[in-house]
Structures are given as C-alpha cells and as structure tokens.
Design a protein around this ligand. Structure first.
Ligand code: 5AD
Ligand code: SF4
Length: 447
C-alpha cells in the first residue's frame, strides 16, 4: 500500500476544491498548513496520505457532485484505510449535510466548517494519533483568522481575502448561513500582506469578499473599500488590482472615483444583477430596482468609459413570470455586458425562497435560460469584436503547448487572450495586438 511514496517516507496531500474564489483561497491556506507540517502536494489523489475535499453549497449541483466524489473516494479509502479523508467548506456548515455524512459516509475521518479551517492541523494530528472521527464546525466567528500560511498556486498573482461572510440575506442564497456575518480584516494587515506578496514577485492581486463594497462597515477602523484601494495602489511592485464581488446597492461614488485615480485598479467590475425585474429583485431582497441598477451602470460608464462590466443572473426564481423574464432580457440588452454567468435557480434548504410556493417549472426555466444565454453571447461577441486590431496589455498566465504556440493571459478588462510566446514570459505584462475576436476569447500576437 502507498508504494509510490513510502520509500522516501514523504507524506503527501491532495485537495479537491469546489466553488468560488474564496474556497480556492481557503484551499491554498489548507495546503499551506499541510506543507508546514511537512506534507507535499501529490499529483494523484489515489496515493495521497491526506485527501481533502473543500465543498460548495451555492447550488444543488455542487452538492450532488460532492456526494458523487465521496462515492469514488470511498473506494480509495477501502484500498488505503490508513489514509485520512477530510471534508470541509460550506456544506459542512449545514447540519443536514454533516448528519448525512455521519450516517452514510461514516468512513470520513474529519469534518470541519468554513469558520474552523485554522483547526485543521490539530484535527489531523489528533486523528492520526487516535484514529477517531472528528468534527469542528463553528456557527460564528468574530474575526477573520489572520496569518495562516498560504501555498499560492501562482507566483505572479494572488488572492487576498479582505473580508468574510455576508449580511445581505438575498432570499435564494445559502452563503450568509455557511460563511456567517461580515467580518473585515484590518487595513494595515491587508496592506502588509500585499507588501509581502509584492516582495515575492506577485504583480496582480484579487481582493476577495462576498460583498467588498461593504468592507469596513461593521468595523471600528476608519477605512472603506475605496480607501483600501487607494492604499494598495501605492504598493510598489503590484501592477494590477482586481476585486470580487460587488453588491450594486453598496457601490460608492468613491469607488467609481478610485477607478479614475488609481492606475493599478483594473477596468473591470463584476456587478451581479441577478434579475432585471424590480418585483423579482424585491422578492430576492436585493434592495435595488431595475432603474437603480441601470443608473448605476450609466454613472460608472460616465466616469470610466471603457470599463468592462460582467454579471451573474439567476433564471427561474420563484414567481418569475414571462414579463419578469422579459425585463431581464431588456436589461441585458441595455447594459450590454462584456460577459455573464447565468444560473438556473436552485432551491437551497434553509433559505427563505425555498419556502416560496410558486416555483417555476424546470422546462420553462430551461427555455428562458437558453434565450438569455443566446442574447448574452451575441452581445459578448459584439463587445469582443471592438478589440480587433487593438494593442492590449496582457499578463501572461500560462503556456498550454510546450512549443509556446498557445499562451493565454488577461487584459486589464479581464478578456482572455490566446497568443504565442515563450514560457519565460509567464508572469510578465506584455503588449499583444488582437488579430481575431471570438465569443469566449480573443486571439493575438506579441508586439
Ligand atoms: N440558485 C441559483 N443561483 C444562485 N446563486 C446563488 N444562490 C443561488 C441559487 N440558490 C448565484 C448568484 C450569485 C452566484 C455566485 O451564484 O447569481 O451571484
Ligand atoms: Fe449571497 Fe446575496 Fe450575500 Fe451575495 S450578497 S453572498 S448573493 S446573500
């Protein structure tokens, strides 16, 4: 057993991550903690001493994929009973899930939630010493835990979490229940972390939070999200600042001004609208109307004309009528998004909308979804066509063919560009002339 690694005695781990950037970043922290304990990443799950699955519960298909994976991992555990299986993340914050795992997947060794990842090394040690099944799920957390080691996936770009949790309680969304209340990190601590990243050669940072626009709202320090951007903009070595995600109701004029003043702040904003119908927005508890949103977009574009705007849209929220859906179609044609993520509404146990009686039939949801995606794709293609022949600054992120014929990277407006260049350019910002624009990416050549 474990013949691949045992000769050297090297312990290894394998982490599988579902869901959003926040989860990806949490996984980088778990990797950091494991490496501090002497573990190394394993290429293969089968031979890893510790297998971690970091779960997402935002939509039902993520739940299903997780349980599907557990079925596969069960076979691995049968072949390697000494290996430790840990499951964590948003799904573990829900009691009906942890109960189901205890009953039906009792071979899982460790369960821990989003608010107890710092406990992972201790749980692992205890599990190895006692071989007991362990669980640690906190229902609240006062502060974001600082200073956990991070194993970064990339050398030239990095996530930085600035806040955690959400106070918005959109009626479809499970996040306020799985990530708890909003907690913001101290600006000094964020700035210091980014200085360290810059010293390490990181050029692009993405600030993460469920709603970055309310950064600092619940805190006793005097720094809002725009203030934080101004401070980060001063950090030498950092060339690009991005952030995710913005709630339209909290987007301040100061943030719009930061786009004008801060040359490092990338001209892209992800601004989830969710629906174009004011009535559906009310039932979603989004706290803005269709008109508010359109005015906000106009205001942003008046100050930052070439900004790329992307969004999230849910199709088939309970009670969505044909007229409501037409409002969404109208909104997307008026905003003309650079791109959008579209989701079929998914019932989440424990959220208010799960209790709404007027669920939209699946076949209607699908028809609307197809229509919306077609309209969005057409607009995306038209938007991308405007890039034809332009010279864009691109951060080279990867080489997918060893001869360097296919590299990819992003413009500051977050457009994916494919072009030829050598591996040595990875992590550099280069000039690329766009030679062809397609719906999902641009093609170009180095200049
Ligand atoms: N059903 C469908 N989509 C959802 N999202 C969040 N909750 C649900 C749900 N219950 C979408 C929203 C959010 C994105 C991250 O996921 O559009 O912005
Ligand atoms: Fe969920 Fe709404 Fe919070 Fe976003 S703002 S995480 S959609 S509750």
């Amino acid at each position: 057993m474990n013949s691949v690694k045992k000769p050297s005695g090297q312990k290894t781990y394998f982490i599988q991550t579902f869901g959003c950037q926040m989860n990806e970043h949490d996984s980088e922290k778990m990797a950091g903690m494991l490496e501090e304990k002497g573990y190394l990443p394993s290429e293969e799950r089968e031979t890893a001493d510790v297998i971690v699955v970091n779960t997402c519960s935002v939509r039902e298909n993520a739940d299903n994929r997780f349980f599907g994976q557990l079925g596969v991992i069960k076979k691995i555990k049968e072949r390697h009973p000494e290996n430790v299986i840990a499951v964590c993340g948003c799904m573990m914050q829900q009691e009906h899930i942890t109960q189901r795992i205890r009953q039906k997947y009792s071979w899982v060794d460790i369960m821990f939630g989003t608010m107890s990842i710092q406990e992972f090394p201790r749980l692992l040690e205890e599990c190895l010493a006692t071989r007991k099944k362990l669980m640690s799920v906190y229902q609240s957390q006062e502060k974001v835990i600082e200073g956990l080691p991070v194993h970064r996936k990339y050398s030239y770009k990095s996530y930085v979490d600035i806040m955690n949790g959400c106070n918005n309680f959109c009626t479809y969304c499970i996040v306020p229940y799985t990530r708890g209340r909003e907690r913001s990190r101290m600006p000094e601590s964020i700035v210091e972390e980014i200085r360290g990243l810059a010293a390490d050669g990181v050029k692009e940072i993405t600030l993460l939070g469920q709603n970055v626009n309310s950064y600092g709202n619940e805190s006793d320090f005097d720094c809002d999200f725009a203030g934080l951007i101004y401070r980060i903009n001063e950090i030498e070595g950092i060339e690009r600042i991005r952030f995710m995600t913005s709630h339209p109701k909290d987007l301040s004029d100061r943030l719009i001004q930061a786009f004008v003043d801060c040359e490092k702040l990338c001209r892209h904003i992800h601004l989830p609208v969710q629906s174009g119908s004011t009535e559906i927005l009310r039932r979603m508890n989004r706290r803005y109307t269709k008109e508010d949103y359109l005015q906000l977009v106009e205001k942003i574009r008046a100050s930052v004309p070439d900004i790329a705007i992307t969004t999230d849209i849910i199709v088939g929220f309970p009670g969505e009528t044909e007229e409501d859906f037409e409002e969404t179609m109208d909104l997307v044609r008026r905003v003309r998004y650079d791109s959008a993520f579209t989701f079929l509404y998914s019932v989440r146990t424990g959220t208010p909308a799960a209790e709404y009686g007027d669920q939209v039939p699946e076949d209607i949801k699908h028809v609307r979804f197809e229509r919306l995606v077609d309209a969005l794709n057409e607009i995306t293609a038209q938007k991308n066509a405007l890039y034809q022949d332009r010279v864009e600054k691109v951060l080279v992120e990867g080489v997918s063919k060893s001869d360097g014929s296919t590299c990819s990277g992003r413009t500051d407006t977050f457009k994916l560009v494919n072009f030829s260049c050598g591996e040595e350019k990875i992590g550099q910002i280069v000039d690329v002339r766009i030679t062809e624009a397609k719906t999902f990416s641009l093609f170009g050549e180095l200049v």
